[in-house]
Design a binder for this molecule. Structure first.
Ligand code: XMP
Length: 527
């Protein structure tokens, strides 16, 4: 196990991911978490992350009291990165000062001690590599027993070590791609310095999770799960089903806001490919009647959240009548970023956003349900969930699906979703657009692509007649995580074909526009 202590750097998650990419389990905890919360963990290595502070700033975060004894007792190696290195130096009696020389961005460093295991143990002195720096302060005096093993070409301390005490430090960020040899350095640290083995495999994660669930859920106990049709809830349910079989009861709610043939498509995968016990509840009337006349997007979200809870509650009650007892557990597809987000380090600027992903992100669960949670994905990142899903034979078509918002097409029909034929029209346009993207082999490159129904009527001419019909917008974006996004540049011919197909096949549409706004300043959805 490698423990990452987070001091607020925007790259901390990246360190966690890089270590995992090297085949070693890593966990990220707040850098200031009390020592008691680390009890029982026997990390082979601890990485102190970077952070936005100066070690001299009032209230600058530091590791908990007794931390250095904890790592020493565990026999763990410590690697400080950027702020983490400066913190280590300061805590051990060295000096860090506000440098005249600030280093931000790409910088060349030179190895000064070729025998350092961080650089493979036999690098030439003077050997250069480009790294990514981001520091205003710099180390000006090393604690006793330390040696400088690399300097920036400007002379700043770039890497240090004290082999005997198992302390190492990098002033730069090895975890970012702008440090092209950064992965190599992390590899040397983990495998050569710490002697860790790359033995963290998805199959082991799966086997362990199954065992945990089997020992947690008693032989007469039942579990419920709401499937949204997305990757997380599907993989979570498939895993729990493997562990406890048909004592898992899933519900898929058709809220009338799904895409073209979505209910049939996902239900057939759930049943035929994954053999999940799923009840499909057609609640479209219930949702749409409550949404009638509602134009305000926040209001729409609230209504959808409330209705969803009502349907879920009803499902749980009926289930109780059928099986003669209350289900005790609820499966949620919480991911590791959600967990990390819930315990940010002080001063990081991140807030305690949520501890558990709320249902479909559109509402909470009924408070009186008192269900215990099973969150089998809570230590995994999205790409790891996809790998796990693939071991569980969840079809690729499912694992690679574009994200779809919990409130569904309600955020893509602007205004009243029940007005005229808006929902059905949007479904047809969306299907033509997304299918064309699939046919052109672009689906996997694009993060998300969809159509938006605009409550705007414009004049057109179709078949020698003037029409006064609705307009739709097409949106396709590339993104890493949906937090920022860029619009996708289609070939002229592709767009021409799609627009022709839409105007010739979908009644009530005579104008198509493309949204070419990035996020920010826009968001992904139009609401
Ligand atoms: P925005 O519009 O906020 O969307 O830029 C960012 C990403 O989140 C998706 N999204 C949602 N996902 N429940 C979800 O599960 C929601 O309520 C929701 N709203 C937006 C959106 O599709 C994009 O991928």
């Amino acid at each position: 196990l490698v423990l990452i202590l987070d001091f607020g750097s925007q790259y901390t998650h990246l360190i966690t991911r890089r270590v995992r990419q090297l085949g070693v389990l890593s966990l990220c905890v707040s850098g200031t978490a009390p020592l008691a919360s680390l009890e029982g963990l026997r990390p082979r290595a601890v990485v102190l992350s970077g952070g936005p502070h100066s070690v001299h700033a009032p209230g600058a975060p530091s590791f908990p009291k007794g931390f250095l004894d904890f790592v020493s007792d565990a026999g763990a190696h410590v690697l400080g990165v950027c702020y983490g290195m400066q913190l280590l130096v300061q805590s051990l009696g060295g000096a860090v000062e506000s440098g005249e020389r600030q280093e931000y961005g790409k910088m060349d460093i030179e190895v000064t001690a070729g025998c350092s295991a961080l650089y493979g143990g036999e690098a030439e002195v003077g050997k250069r590599q480009t790294v990514w720096m981001s520091h205003g302060d710099e180390v000006v005096r090393l604690p006793e027993g330390f040696e400088v093993v690399a300097r920036s070409v400007q002379g700043a301390v770039a890497a240090i070590e004290n082999r005997e005490k198992r302390f190492y430090g990098l002033q730069y960020h090895p975890e970012v791609t702008h440090s092209p040899q950064g992965m190599e350095t992390l590899r040397h640290f983990l495998f050569d310095v710490c002697g860790i083995k790359a033995d963290w495999k998805m199959q082991d994660v799966l086997d362990e999770e199954i065992k945990t669930i089997q020992s947690m859920v008693g032989p007469d106990e039942h579990v419920i799960c709401a499937l949204s049709g997305g990757v997380d809830s599907t993989v979570a349910a498939t895993l729990v089903h493997k562990a406890i079989g048909d004592r898992l009861h899933c519900v898929f709610v058709d809220n009338g806001l799904l895409r073209y043939k979505e209910r049939e498509r996902v239900m057939s995968t759930f049943e035929s490919d994954l053999h999940l016990p799923v009840t499909c509840v057609d609640a479209s009337e219930q949702f749409l009647s409550k949404l009638k006349g509602v134009k305000d997007p926040e209001q729409k979200r609230k209504i959808i959240g409330r209705e969803f809870i009502a349907v879920f509650d009803d499902f749980a009650q009926k289930l109780e009548q059928n099986i003669g007892k209350r289900p005790e557990y609820l499966v949620q597809g919480t991911l590791y970023p959600d967990v990390i987000e819930s315990c940010p380090p002080p001063g990081s600027g991140r807030t305690h956003s949520h501890t558990i992903k709320s249902h479909h992100n559109v509402g909470g669960l009924p408070k009186d349900m008192k269900l215990k949670l099973i969150e089998p994905l809570k230590l995994l990142f999205k790409d790891e969930v996809r790998k796990l899903g693939s071991i569980l034979n969840v079809p690729d078509s499912f694992l690679k699906r574009h994200p779809f918002p919990g409130p569904g097409l309600a955020v893509r029909v602007l205004g009243d979703v029940t007005e005229g034929n808006a929902l059905e029209t949007l479904r047809q346009v969306d299907e033509i657009f997304v299918q064309a993207i699939k046919d052109a082999g672009l689906y996997d490159i694009i993060w998300q692509a969809f159509a938006v129904f605009l409550p705007v009527q414009t004049v057109g001419v179709q078949g020698d007649q003037r029409t006064h019909s609705n307009a739709v917008a097409l949106r396709a974006i590339t993104s890493e995580d949906g937090m920022t996004a860029d619009w996708y540049y289609f070939e002229r011919e592709f767009l021409g074909d799609v627009v022709n197909k839409i105007c010739n096949n979908v009644r009530g549409i005579n104008r198509v526009v493309q949204d070419i706004t990035s996020k920010p300043p826009a968001t992904v959805e139009w609401e």
